[in-house]
Design a protein around this ligand. Structure first.
Ligand SMILES: *[C@@H]1O[C@H](CO)[C@@H](O)[C@H](O)[C@H]1NC(C)=O
Ligand SMILES: *[C@@H]1O[C@H](CO)[C@@H](O)[C@H](O)[C@H]1NC(C)=O
Length: 197
């Protein structure tokens, strides 16, 4: 009888803990957080909006369905150890997680080219166009040098559309996975963007 009672008591305690936890979740939201997606956090302070985006960029160069294709190169590119002069057009998936099958949140469209003669450096001229939640249809523009072989790179965000109108900011990128044979890469992005209400 005593054993049966203690089972009931521990069950009751578990239920109470679950109820307390469920009730605690809504109060964890800050008043400033107008919309919290897994990958996007928007904080309004006065007339300024700071948005932090975290997503993964999938650059598929090899295989049958590349999302990045070489559209031009110079005669000297073949002799260059840094592929100087080659230009790629891309339409790369952006997802919430490093797994290419994770939820898509947008696409990176535009060009990157090899702009370094002595060391490997890409020039990124891309629009990152989003398709999830309140960011559906909004984009930011990146125009920046990208020393892609470095572990961590910082790149400039120079403008945007929709919720990213008047955007200024920066992106911190880290290569999450690289296939040295094909050049395929998965890159983690942390982007900080300043806009106005
Ligand atoms: C590439 O290198 C080869 C061998 O050194 C040379 O013959 C050729 O002219 C070079 N091509 C260009 C476009 O510089
Ligand atoms: C963003 O930065 C944080 C802190 O350094 C890190 O934990 C997280 O993995 C980064 N996200 C991505 C997508 O790289």
């Amino acid at each position: 009888m005593a054993a049966a009672n203690s089972v009931w008591i521990s069950l009751l305690v578990s239920i109470i803990i679950v109820i307390l936890f469920i009730q605690a979740v809504p109060t964890a939201h800050s008043q400033n957080d107008e919309d919290q997606l897994i990958w996007a956090k928007r904080v309004v302070s006065g007339n300024q909006v700071i948005t932090n985006l975290q997503f993964y960029f999938h650059d598929v160069v090899g295989g049958r369905n590349p999302s990045a294709i070489r559209i031009a190169e110079a005669p000297q590119t073949k002799n260059s150890t840094t592929f100087f002069g080659s230009l790629m057009m891309i339409d790369d998936a952006l997802t919430v997680g490093p797994d290419p099958a994770s939820k898509p949140v947008g696409r990176a469209r535009g060009m990157y080219g090899s702009a370094g003669q002595t060391d490997f450096g890409l020039i990124m001229a891309l629009s990152y166009v989003f398709s999830d939640g309140i960011y559906d249809g909004s984009s930011f523009s990146m125009l920046s040098i990208n020393p892609a072989t470095e572990t961590v790179r910082e790149m400039a965000v120079v403008g945007g559309t929709g919720l990213f109108r008047m955007a200024r900011g920066y992106a911190i990128a880290r290569t999450y996975w690289l296939n040295a044979a094909t050049g395929d890469a998965i890159v983690g992005y942390n982007v900080t963007i300043l806009t106005y209400v």
